[in-house]
Structures are given as structure tokens and as C-alpha cells.
Design a binder for this molecule. Sequence first.
Ligand code: ATR
Length: 495
Amino acid sequence: MVCAVLTEPTLARALKTARTCAAHCDTFELRVDCLVAEERSKAGTFPQLLAGASVPSRVVLTIRSAAHGGSFHEGEVLRQKLFSRLLLQASECGYPFFALDIEEDFAPLELLEQAALSATTIIRSINDTDGMPADLSVRVTRLAKGTSATVRVAVTPRNSLELLQLCQLSRQLAGVPHSVQGLGDWGKPSRILAGRLGSILVFGTPAEVEELDLVYRYGSIDGSTAIYGVIGNPISHSRSPEYHNRRFAEDGLNAVYLPFRVDDIDLFFELARLLDIRGISVTIPHKEAVIRYLATADAAVRATGACNTVIRSPGEGDSSHYDGTNTDVAGFLQPLLSKLNRDSLDGFRATVVGAGGAARGIVFALLTAGASVLVVNRTPSRAEELVSTLAASAREREELVAGTLDSSGAQTAARFSDILVQTTSVGMHPNEGADPFPEYRFSGHEVVCDIIYTPERTAFLDRAAGAGCKTLTGRAMFDGQAAEQYRRFRALAER
Ligand code: ATR
């Protein structure tokens, strides 16, 4: 079950919000502590208001005290009185509350008895909006032993370790009705997989429940759903979850793709075993570190020292292993070749601007397809280093040389000007106007690519287009590598 948390200041606003997200959830949590004072005493009418508006009228009643991260400051005696009054009011309206959320250290007997009379379920909760208590596991175990209520844990993991511990905790609670979820971006996988890990309820803001439904198809995740994900740090900007989940939905596959913020790759792989993750997209800063987990690495990974796609090969027990590939390479080439209407770059001459991790994959891709390449970089030694690392990938008739990001480099680039690929961060939001290679004058016959996708059209691409060049945006390249990755994920999901 999915529960949308309503934190509006008035019942009318709460009702309006409930209407907008009703299609994406089964229940609502009314946070009475967030209502302005004069509205709180009427909050018992809310389930009836919902029913009148033909919206699901199952409501969890919560009055979170300031001590537990809420907005109720009037003390425990008044809180208990308000709870009692609202339970009564709702029953008198003929629409009792579905559940009552009270914290682990607050369970007045009269209130429990009153809730039982109206068949209102009890939820006992442990909340932490800033972190995750070190003694969480002990407290949860104690709470679960002492109550028949649903145990709710809503805490804020701050790293890979805490997310792993939270997922383990949910598994340990098998047999106890519970709802365990992590808040924030570290906790997001625990919300998407809450049901899969055994929770009977998952809570979210209206925007979160909408995303759970529309992007992650929460209601259709079950024990046999194949799990995929992207690892990176940060991760919240990643467009990959939207892309892969949409493709899975279009193909009618029982699979889901999650964003994992990861600061410790060893702990992530422990989580990957716990969750039985089948495929992993890898983004900054883990593309190099992930390689030591691979049993096999393809030529693109070996040459570039970077892996962006990990596939788990199923096997008996410990014999399962991970295979790594780098779809940035194929993902870059595919749209470029179709733009040129060719199936190879034999005889082409290209300039790559920048010599970082992204440039490495692109230089390898260009060489693999048959082009000669000039690498120009602000720090010339890095360009030279890249050239010497990839020298072995250049075939006999291919040239691979280093140059500088200045007027002399621009002169050399004029001789490597069939294709220009911009791989630095210059021109990326928030520095939209910046041009990494102003010394270079476009003749108009170049095909120009920029790996930046925010903004989609960079100043560099605009200048190229203005000179009459064909251009390829970072978005086309993102879609190219994502499509390549999806092809591999789909093959696994169909097994
Ligand atoms: P990535 O893995 O995304 O390629 P990276 O390895 O940090 O990231 O590489 C960043 C690239 O952008 C490098 O080529 C870097 O040039 P230096 O090697 O001289 O650092 C380039 N870059 C970043 N900021 C730049 C700037 N202001 N002007 C020119 N080049 C810049």
C-alpha cells in the first residue's frame, strides 16, 4: 500500500492535494501537527471529507511532536487529548481513521483502547528526519517484541552503510507487520523496494507517491521483479531511471531500475547481493573503481579503464559473477555514424577537446571506428598521457596525437577537422555561455558533438551550427549509450 503524506496548513488544502494524487496512492496520512491551530480540532472530519470527494478515505492520523521532528509544540497531555478528540470525531462522522500513528515511546492505554473500539489500526513509529539512530536495530527489535502494532521506521540514511543496514532491518522484520523506509536520496531505493523487502506500507510526499507509481510502477513490483539500477554520487540528477523504467514499461517487462547514491562500492555490492540486482549502470565517480568486481571486462573497458555497465551472470551460489562493458563507446559511435550516414570512420580525422575520463572513451571509440585523432587539452601533459595510453588501440594507418587548447592547437585541429568532439565541462550549466575552444574557427564542413546535455545546445554547438556544421548534442549521445545499455538489460530481464 502507498500512503501520501499531507502536510498542508488547512483541511481544504489537504483535500485539494489529496485529490491531485489520489490516483497514485491507497491511503493518506494527515499530519495534524502541520495544520494551523484552528483547523486541528476539526481534523476528525477529514476521512468524511475525502469520501465526499470520492477519494480513498483511509486516513492515518498523525500528530507528530516537535521531539520527533514534527510541529506539535503543545506538550504530551494536549497531544493525547487531541488524538482522543479526533478519533471520537471521526467515529461519530461514520468514517473512523484507518490507522493511528504513535511513536515508540508514546502509547497511552486509553488511546489504544479507544482506537480498538473504532477498529483503527495502531502504527508505532521511529522517526528521524536528520539521520539514522545508531541503536535503531535494538530499538526496532524491542518495539516489535512488545507490540502487535505495525512497526514504522522512517529515518534518514546518510551513506551506503546506513542504506544497507536499513534494507537488512526490513528483511529481519519478516513476520512482523512493518513499514521501513529511508528518507532522502540515500534512502530512495528502500522506498521503491519497500514492498519487495516486506513493508506493508510505504509513505511519501504527494510528488514522491506520484513518482513511485508513474516512474517505478510500485504496485507491480513483486518477488520476481528483476532489479536494475544506476550507481553514482551524486545521483539525483540522473536521467537513467526515467529512461530505463519507461523502456521496461513499454516492453511489458517485470523489471525496475533504481537510483543508488553510493559512497562505498564494497557496501553497494553487498546490497546488490541482498537485493539480487541483475544489472548496474555506473556513473561518476565509480566507473574505474567498479572494475575490480568484474570477472570479465570487454575491450572498451580494458582500453579506457572505465566501465559504465555491469551485468550479473547468474550461477549456482557463489559462481555468479559480474561482466563489465562500456556502452559509452557504442553509444557515442552509433548516433555519430548515423549522422554521417556511414558504417565506419575509415579515413576520417577527428579532434577531441579535453583529456579526462569521458575523452578517453570517445578517443577509443573514434579509433575503433577507423578515425585518426588529435587530442587537445588545457593541461597538455594529460593529452599526452591519454595518447600514450591509447596508442595500442590505434591501427597502423591511424594517427593519434596530442595538442594544446590554444591557437597553435587550433591550427593543428584544422587538419583533424572532419569531426570535433567537445568533452570538457566548459559550457555546462551554470556556465552556459563559455566556449572551451574559441581559437578554433569552424569551416562549416565539420560534424561537431558536445557531450554536455545541460544545456542541450551549448555555446560551442551554437557557434558550430552558425558556421554551417552538422551538430550532435549530449542528449543524443546519452540516449545512444542508454539504448545500448538497455539492450543488454532487456536481454537479461527476458531470460
Ligand atoms: P570527465 O571524466 O567528465 O572527463 P575529468 O576527468 O575531470 O572529467 O576531465 C575534465 C576535462 O575537462 C579535462 O580535460 C579538463 O582539462 P584539464 O585536464 O586541463 O583539467 C577539462 N576542463 C575542465 N575545466 C576546464 C576549463 N575551465 N577549461 C578548459 N578545460 C577544462
